[in-house]
Design a protein around this ligand. Structure first.
Ligand SMILES: [Zn+2]
Length: 98
């Protein structure tokens, strides 16, 4: 089943890149478990981050780019404190119907 333009999920819950067929997660693994996660400074996202986060919080704020390990297509981006492993969680795969 094609979830969006970048992600396919099999009936067994295996996630693959829709562009290059790279394995992103086996059934039962967390969503995008085998994807590459790259942290960059949040201001690197461009005009979406208009003011440096340091103006509002003492926490280091980073952008996490989740990329396909096969073709480097960006699958997800999230912004949050560096101190959290992944503030948006990885529960999407678990929430899909059987
Ligand atoms: Zn790919």
């Amino acid at each position: 089943m094609k979830v969006d333009e970048n992600l396919m999920i099999s009936a067994a819950g295996e996630e693959r890149c829709a562009h290059c067929d790279a394995l992103l997660a086996l059934g039962g693994e967390p969503h995008l478990f085998r994807a590459i996660v790259r942290e960059v400074d949040a201001t690197a996202l461009g005009p979406q981050v208009r003011i440096a986060p340091e103006r509002y919080t003492p926490a280091a704020i980073v952008a996490r780019l989740t990329l396909c390990p096969g073709c480097l297509t960006q699958l997800r981006v999230s912004v949050g404190p560096r101190s959290t492993a992944d503030h948006r969680g990885r529960a999407l795969g678990a929430a899909l119907p059987d």
